[in-house]
Design a protein around this ligand. Structure first.
Ligand code: CAA
Ligand code: NAD
Length: 301
């Protein structure tokens, strides 16, 4: 399939392995497959992988409705079949990277777990394979130290929901070569994303602004100044945000948000923007992780 962007020249990436099939991994795998790449998506168990497959199918059905408003069933079916044909599922990360041009990691937001994974992948993947992390908050350079391929390592930070959000932050570390950076950027454009560059600083652009905003919303409620519902209504109708901060927290995942805030507060304990929140910690302890677990600040059916 032709990649019709001026950056296509640099897009040497045809086969992609996505490790982690949660909210982000399933979305990344979906958009990569939909733009003509051969994709293997990997997770720890068959059960998790099966859930990811069904959420990808649901998302594709929603896209198909929009893409083919007047089309017959046949056209829709062909699109779905083509995308799904590009996608395969696996629980064996080391085998899955063997023929991969690019590996995108989207597992739990924990430096040690990410390093352990990348160290194993580094030994299993061919020389040519580029590595990227979708981390929300961990410096790319810290993750890349687990490998011998810092020159072929970068950050590809997608946004949730990946099929709809148009932005991709592309991050390089000092060792990342120009060729690697250009390939990552071209891959993002081939996926239809608008790319921005940012230094390898905590939270890059979007999360450095968004996470303190969401944490401040929790502090406002912790002080008893307003309810989550009223804060959300206020930010949607008073500031034009598509979701209020509590809806967004539930959408992103409270565990992921807690990992981000905990990591930053450990690094900068005196930064008032990065203070851990008791309310958030309590919800996560009760396994109320947001939409993905059925309850967070709100309840979901
Ligand atoms: N896949 C496919 N289609 C989807 C979809 C998905 N996952 N989610 C929604 N849609 C479709 C719907 O079917 C609907 O289609 P129609 O227009 O044909 O009806 C359309 O998108 C709009 O959806 P909704 O009507 O349900 O809701 P909406 O208009 O509010 O849009 C939204 C949904 C795009 C998610 C919007 O609410 C939004 O932009 N929210 C903010 C999201 C955000 O800020 N994301 C960033 C989070 S931070 C992050 O990701 C970084 C990090 O590291 C933590
Ligand atoms: P998630 O909890 O929905 O999914 C994580 C998946 O990784 C799970 O299915 C888990 O089983 C799997 N996993 C964990 N360890 C693994 C391993 N060693 N090997 C294979 N699979 C493993 O989390 P998510 O929201 O998709 O976040 C994933 C990454 O993306 C995190 O680094 C997060 O910070 C980042 N991110 C999240 C968002 C968001 O809005 N949720 C946005 C951008 C980036």
């Amino acid at each position: 399939r032709a990649l019709s962007t001026s950056a296509a020249h640099f897009n040497s990436i045809k086969t992609v392995t996505v490790i982690g099939s949660g909210l982000m991994g399933s979305g990344i795998a979906q958009v990569a497959a939909a733009s003509g790449h051969k994709v293997i998506v990997v997770d720890k168990t068959q059960d998790i992988i099966n859930k990811a497959e069904s959420s990808i199918k649901k998302s594709l059905e929603r896209i198909v409705k929009k893409k083919f408003p007047d089309d017959t069933k046949v056209g829709k079916q062909k699109y779905l079949t083509d995308v799904l044909e590009n996608l395969s599922l696996s629980t064996d990360a080391l085998a899955a990277v063997k023929s991969s041009d690019l590996v995108i990691e989207a597992i739990v937001e924990n430096l040690d777990v990410k390093k352990e994974l990348f160290s194993a992948l580094d030994k299993a993947a061919p020389e040519k394979t580029l590595f990227a992390s979708n981390t929300s908050s961990i410096p790319i350079k810290e993750i890349a130290t687990a490998t011998q391929r810092k020159d072929r390592f970068g950050g590809l930070h997608f946004f949730n929901p990946v099929p709809l959000m148009k932005l991709l932050e592309v991050i390089r570390i000092p060792e990342t070569t120009d060729a690697t950076y250009k390939s990552l950027e071209a891959f993002g454009k081939a996926l239809g994303k608008t790319t921005v560059q940012c230094k390898d600083t905590p939270g890059f652009i979007v999360n450095r602004l968004l996470v303190p905003y969401m944490a401040e919303a929790i502090r406002l409620v912790e002080r008893g100044d307003a309810s989550p519902r009223d804060v959300d209504t206020a930010m949607k109708l008073g500031a034009g945000y598509p979701m209020g901060p509590f809806e967004l927290l539930d959408y992103v995942g409270l565990d992921t948000t807690k990992f981000i805030i905990d990591g930053w507060s450990k690094k900068e304990p005196d930064n008032p923007l990065f203070q851990p929140s008791q309310m958030l910690n309590k919800l996560v302890k009760e396994n109320k992780l947001g939409m993905k677990s059925g309850e967070g600040f709100y309840k979901y059916d």
